[in-house]
Structure formats: structure tokens, C-alpha cells
Design a binder for this molecule. Sequence first.
Ligand SMILES: *Cc1c(COP(=O)(O)O)cnc(C)c1O
Length: 409
Amino acid sequence: MPNAFTTRTDALFSQLRKDGLWKELQTIEGPMDAEITLIRNGKPQKVLCFCSNNYLGLANHPEVVEAGHKALRDYGAGTASVRFICGTFGPHWELEQRIARYMGTEASYSFVSAWTANEAVFPTLCEAGDMIISDELNHACIIDGIRLATTIKKGVHKAVYANNRLEGEKSLRAALEAARANKDVTGQIWVITDGVFSMEGSIADLPAMRKLCDEFNAMLVVDDSHGHGVMGKLGRGTHEHWGMVDGGSHLGRVDLFTGTLGKALGGGAGGFIAASQQVIDLIIQRGRPTLFSNALPVTIAASASKAIEITLREPQRVQRLKDNVQYARTKLKAAGFDVLPSPTAICPIIVHDTAKAIAMSKRLLDLGIFVIGFGYPVVPEGHARLRCQISAAHTTGHIDALVEALRKL
Ligand SMILES: *Cc1c(COP(=O)(O)O)cnc(C)c1O
């Protein structure tokens, strides 16, 4: 007899297929690059990839690949341990020192993913009486991290403000004022935002947020997963874009960063927290993902470390990405598409309906262009979009082909 789970899941699946919302996973043969080979219906098909976060084209860089090979030869697959027992290799410290220098913080600590890093932040750092204030469009792992913190630690409060709205109704200021007026909020106030909003391509106004946080003695946390390698002259992130790398500047500094190594910085996997030594020490002493889960594989630590080295050594890559983004936005606009102005590498084309977005991305694939349609539940109902992502690995010819295929739709 079918049980409750099978019955309801069968019903969900037939609904998804009926509504055209079923997601097919595409298989890639060979490395990630501007031009890749998909296996479709058992046959190889060459396509141009505009949906990877491989912003600097480092995923298949010979030095990044060799660094991973070398670490595998030198250290084997891993330690079969969590970091605090016997799970720390030299390349872990090297990576973490490099991340700290790259971000401009005292220290950093690596995780198997940015998801895990974000899940470590608030459940570890918050105590009863604290308040976490979050942008409504923050990444899913920030939302889940906050849910976890408020569930496992009684007396941790949360509030949400409208996307990027700093003043007025439903704003960050309103949430900060409400927190200060709340007699149960006796501890630290935390404000968290994405640096680059992954579905919009818009950025957070960090200097204004810093000012507000100073006014209310709040700590500012930024997840810049889509900003690393992209924003600022050296690709250090949204804080560099705003001129906030130097903590001595009048704009102040971000207190704590989270980020991924699975996008521009090598594309393998991994995440990090970059902050003061005190924050990192607390994460090492008390963070449940650090105490109970294995270290980042050493191959990835070495590859990501090399990717950061290349990013800083070759600012022309970051510039190339910026030039490509500028070119793509100009071309898309000229072809009549509604793209928001933004300094990021994310160019969403809004098509509203989820099924339509999925159908369009299927037709684009037939035309040799790989772009994914995003709909509910990744973005709100009615806000479905094709998200085009530009890379330094693209040529202007590739971008012309993207625009041409979109025009054909
Ligand atoms: C991609 C992304 C993550 C997840 O990164 P992983 O390392 O793949 O877990 C987290 N936060 C933001 C803002 C992201 O864009």
C-alpha cells in the first residue's frame, strides 16, 4: 500500500510536470568554460555557457588544476577527521591567511561550502537578547542560518527589511529603531546582507549601512559570494567597490564577511568566514559545523588558494569581466531587452511567468545558448527571469551570439 509520503510526492511531481516546472539536470562533459559540451538525449552538443558563476574563467585554469593535483599527491585525499582533532593541513592555514589578506580582515576560516559558513555564523555568535536584522532578498542559507539561530538559542530575535531599503517604512532604520525600543533586545544587534543580490544583480549600499550600524552600535555582516572576483578593481568584493577595504577610511569597515570558493574563486566548492581574530576563534571553539564536520578537502584548499593568487596577480582579468559586462548590457539594451543598470556580472531578463522562463531556456539551448530560467520558489511568484551571467572567459563574439539567440526567441 502506498504510504503518505509516496502519495503526496507523486501528486507534487505530476503537478510540477503539468505546470512545466519540472527541472531537468543538464550533464556537462569536460571542464567548465565559455564553450562547453552538454550531453542531450545521449548526444554531445556544444553550447555557450551563460549560467555559470565562473566569473573569472578560473575553473579550468592550468595553475588552479595543477595546484589541486599537487595537493592530492602531497597530502592524499584527506585526514578523515574534523579540523580540531587531526584535520588541519598546512594548505588550510595558507588558504585562510590568503583569504584574510584578500578580504582585508585579521583572520578567516574555511568551510566545505558558503552554505555551511553561513549556518555557522549566527547559531555560534548569537546569544539570548540578540537581534538579527536581514534583507528580505538574502540568500536561502542566510535565512536558514537565522532560523537555526532563533530555534536553538531561545531569546534570539529576528527582523526583516525590504530589499535595499535603508530609510522609511519597512526599512533597515525602522528595524533598528524597533530593536532599540524592544526591552527584550538587550544584547548585540546584527545586520546581514548579500553584497551582490544573486537574482537581481543589484548591490548593497555598504557605506550607508555602516553608518546606520554605527548609529545603533550594530555589527555588519556581508555575504559577498557573487561579489568576489567581480566587484572592485582587484575583485576583492563589494566593500572594495565602495572603497571600504582600508578599515582606516572614513567609510568604516564590514565586521564579518562570508563568501564562497565555489564561484569566481576556482569554482570547486568551499566557503569561508573572514573577520576579526576574536570572531574566528569563537567559530573554531564553538561552531557546530567546525566541531562536527570534516575540513574542506585539501585539493580544493590548494586550488582556491591559487585562484585567489591569480585574481590579485592579474587584475586585467577582473577588468576583462567588467568590459564584457559593459558590452553585454549595451548590446542587450540595444536589442530592446530590459536590463537593469548594475556593476555586477548578473544580467537578469524578467519574463514574469515561471513556465515561460523554463520554456525559453529550453529553446535557447536548442539555439546553442545555455541560460537558466529561474522561477518560484527561487524568486517570488510572477518574477521569473532568465539570468544571464557574464564571464571574463567570454569573447565579444560569444556575447553577440547570446544577444542574437535572445532576439530570435
Ligand atoms: C552561491 C551562494 C551561496 C552558496 O555557496 P556554496 O559555497 O555553494 O554553498 C551562499 N550565499 C550566497 C549569497 C550565494 O550567492
